[in-house]
Structures are given as C-alpha cells and as structure tokens.
Design a protein around this ligand. Structure first.
Ligand SMILES: Cc1cc2nc3c(=O)[nH]c(=O)nc-3n(C[C@H](O)[C@H](O)[C@H](O)COP(=O)(O)OP(=O)(O)OC[C@H]3O[C@@H](n4cnc5c(N)ncnc54)[C@H](O)[C@@H]3O)c2cc1C
Length: 435
C-alpha cells in the first residue's frame, strides 16, 4: 500500500464519501476510500429520512436491493407546549407517484449497502482505518494522507474530505476552522422497538408505509431545536437536536430534553411498551450558507457535513451530502478526462456545479435563517407555541363563551405577549429570513 499511488483518496464512507467514491470509481478512476468505523455506517447517526431523488441520479435502480424501511406517506409538523400539540399533516397517495419520494432507513444497514455498490464499481475500501493527517508538498499542495495503520502514507492526485461534521482532518490540515458552537446542533436519538403491526396501527399505516413527526416548541426550552420521530419497520427513531451554544447558555442537557419529549402526552402513547435497544448522539451542521468553508484547493475538495452543507430550514442533510459528493467525484473525473491536473483552478469545477445545484441555491435562500432563529429563540420556541396552543384550545373548546369573546381574548393574548408592532415586525423578519 505504501508505494502505491491512487487517482483519488476518499476519507469517510458516509453519504457524501460513498457518492464521491462511486462517481469516480464508476468512471474508471483508481480510488481508495478510508473508513474509521468497523464497517461503513457503524459510526453514523441519522433520523433517518432518505430522499430518493439524489440517490436515484447516482444508482437509478437502488430500490431493487437497498435496505429501505418504510416509504413515507405522511409528514406531520407539530408546534408543542408542555401538554399539547397543534399540527399540520400532509398525506396523499399522489406524493408517492410514480415512485416513493422518501423512505426511512437505518444508516448502519444502508451505508453498508451503498459501500458494496462502491466496491462493485471498483473502489478499494479500507475499514477500521483512520486518516490522521494530510501530506503536503513544499508549496502546501495536498498530495495524500497519513493513516493510523503503522503511520502508513497513501498518495493520490486528490483527496476528497468526506469525514463528516467534526472534520478533524480538514481542521488539522488548516483547510477550515473547527465549527463554532452556534453553527452546530447536538442531536440525541434512541431506537424504540415495537412489532411491525403495532407501529402500523398507532400511526394509521399499512404494510411498508411510514410517517414522520417533526416538532418544535417549548420542548427545547427556548433553545433553537427540534424533536423528531420516524417510523421504521419494527422500530421508532425518536430524538431531539438543539443548538450547542443554546444548550451551553441554558445549562441544559440534551438527554433531559429527550426524556421530557418522550414523556410528553402527545408522544408517550406512540412509544408505549417499546424496548429501547440503541442510543446515539451526533452533531449536525446548522450554520447555513455563511458557515460554508473554502470547498476546494490544490489537491483537495471537501463535501457533505464536513463542508457544513445542511439545510436547517427543511431538515435535509443526507441529500446535500450525496449530491455534493457526487458532484465532486464527477468534477474530478471530468478534470482527469480532459488531462488536467488536480489544481485549484481545475477543481473549481466542483464549486461551479454545486452553485448550479439546489444545494447552494437552497442554502443561499435561507442564509439569514440561522441568525433569525438564534436571535428570536425565546419568542419562537416558547412564547408563540404557548400562544398558539391557547388559541387552538379556545377555538375547539365549547364552553358557553361566545365565539366573538373567544376571538377577542385570543387577539388580546397575542397583543399582550408581543404588541401590535412586535407581531408585525416578527412576521416581516421571518419572511425576510425565509426568502
Ligand atoms: C440525529 C440526526 C438525524 C438526522 N436526520 C436526517 C434526516 O432524516 N435526513 C437527512 O437527510 N439528514 C439527516 N441528518 C443529517 C445527515 O445524517 C448528514 O447530513 C449526513 O450523514 C452527512 O453525510 P456525510 O457523508 O457528509 O457525513 P457522515 O455521514 O457523518 O460520514 C462521515 C464518515 O467519515 C468517517 N470518518 C470521519 N473521520 C474519519 C477519518 N479521519 N478517517 C476515516 N474515516 C473517517 C466517519 O466514521 C463516517 O463514516 C441527521 C443527522 C443527525 C445527527
């Protein structure tokens, strides 16, 4: 291994690394991929929703053999206070025509499957092997990596950094900064096991249909964050993610927030009688467009979570990871096919392709949203959820009070909490941050 030189090294076998390795190996490049885990997926944590579209572009017939749990037919968005939730649901059979648009998956199984496709395409995959440093020449150009296997070195024309949100290698190699506490969320998650038919009954599903609940409100105790619940075949993934700087400022522990979420009256019956078999914690990039680091340089590119490519507003990450990995792999193969070297100017093709894709367009559209959420966390995650809950209860409760009196009382409660100008200003600032 020591003397061998590759066209490309991919560090990490998650969504972005597998997409990059597949794109290059299937176009005939000599690629080696390193994964520090015992097997691809062994260290990876996700909710997890798989969005079909980006994977379909890479492996069109993935549905034939990919380990998919349930195809999602229903998405529920809940605003919660301490005892209630007010929600909107979307459910339609059209949503899954001509083929299902999204699925739940279990990453330990899915990443293994994706990695098998990468190997079939001709990539060499080394598990239980960490990249511990970048090799550079005298001009600072990246020329390979050092591994933790007897400090062996591997050389290549280009290194694809697909190492996930912590990005140890990129920060150590001074290619990017360590993510700041206000641009990452800490998510904790449990897997609750229940019989398949019990899950179907509780969520109104048939056979392989699935449902997702995403919940915001007082459950995160004024910290920007969300609770989530995803149905797998025989398990339910349940978790919460909160901004790290918010957890620190409020001295809150994510485990306590998850415990309270699980005991909320709207959630408790859904997981009643389940057996918890897995527990995991992981960071999620939340900084948006303004946190994206330099994406390419002489002999390197960075993709996926390591590049902070995560859409907080729509809670999408794996699809941005896969798309960025695939575009990086495609750009490298293009440069190679034109006989170019892996210098910064040539690798800028990756950034051009990414700019033209939904990834950068979506993140740019929502570039002010993370700042807006941080600056208004008390009103967004505490005051409004309480007001909305009171308003919803007043609306549905029949108690002899006239409808007009109830509506006046509801308006008064909003005005008392935020004032007329406050309400208008919140709406305008939200619209600006969203658009
Ligand atoms: C709780 C949670 C829920 C989520 N839910 C969703 C969801 O429902 N839908 C969605 O689209 N996204 C979701 N995301 C986000 C999604 O998981 C990420 O965006 C996606 O996994 C990023 O892929 P990646 O390949 O960039 O990084 P990762 O999947 O983190 O992969 C990085 C890989 O690199 C390996 N590695 C790291 N350092 C080294 C090294 N030095 N040497 C060798 N190997 C290394 C790691 O072991 C890992 O396998 C969620 C995230 C969390 C934490």
């Amino acid at each position: 291994m020591r003397a061998e030189k590759f066209d490309a090294i991919v560090v990490g076998a998650g969504m972005s690394g597998n997409a990059a390795a597949y794109a290059m190996a299937s176009r005939g490049l000599k690629v080696v991929q390193l994964e520090r885990g015992e097997y691809p997926g062994s260290k990876n944590v996700q909710g997890a929703i798989l969005y079909a579209d980006p994977l379909e572009k890479i492996i069109p017939k993935f549905r034939d053999d990919a380990p998919l749990e349930r195809h999602l037919v229903e998405q529920r968005f809940w605003i919660m206070d301490g005892t209630s939730h007010t929600g909107i649901h979307y459910r339609s059979d059209d949503f899954n025509e001509p083929r299902p648009n999204r699925y739940t998956i279990i990453r330990a199984q899915f990443d293994r499957w994706f990695s098998a496709k990468v190997r079939e395409a001709g990539c060499t995959v080394l598990c239980e092997t960490s990249a511990t440093g970048l090799l550079k020449d005298w001009n600072g150009n990246v020329t390979g990596i050092v591994t933790d296997r007897h400090r062996d070195t591997i050389r290549a024309d280009v290194v694809v950094l697909a190492e996930g949100v912590n990005g140890y290698l990129g920060t150590k190699g001074r290619l990017r900064e360590i993510p700041k506490p206000d641009s990452v969320a800490l998510a904790v998650k449990e897997m609750h096991f229940l019989p398949e038919d019990v899950i179907a009954d509780r969520f109104g599903l048939t056979a392989d249909e699935g449902c997702v609940i995403e919940a915001g409100g007082t459950i995160t105790r004024g910290i920007p964050g969300l609770g989530f619940l995803y149905t797998n075949k025989e398990s339910i993934s349940i978790g919460v993610g909160c901004l790290v700087s918010g957890l620190a400022a409020a001295s809150e522990r994510p485990y306590d927030i998850l415990e309270a979420f699980k005991h909320h009256p709207s959630i408790r019956p859904l997981i009643a009688g389940s057996e918890v078999k897995e527990y995991a914690a992981h960071l999620i990039p939340e900084g948006g467009a303004t946190a994206i680091p330099q994406l390419f340089g002489n002999g390197w590119v960075v993709v996926g979570d390591a590049a902070q490519l995560n859409n907080t507003a729509h809670r999408e990450g794996s699809n941005l990871a896969m798309t960025s990995g695939y575009l990086a792999g495609h750009a490298i193969a293009e440069v190679r096919s034109r006989g170019g070297s892996m210098i910064r100017d040539n690798l800028s093709l990756y950034k051009r392709l990414l700019d033209e894709s939904f990834v950068i367009k979506d993140l740019t559209k929502h570039k002010d949203l993370p700042r807006f959420l941080h600056a208004n966390s008390q009103s967004l995650f505490v005051s409004y959820p309480k007001l909305i809950s009171q308003a919803a209860q007043s609306f549905v409760r029949v108690d002899g009070a006239s409808k007009l009196d109830k509506e006046r009382a509801t308006s008064a409660s909003f005005l008392k909490a935020r004032s007329g100008w406050g309400l208008i200003s919140d709406a305008v600032r939200l619209a600006r941050a969203w658009y």
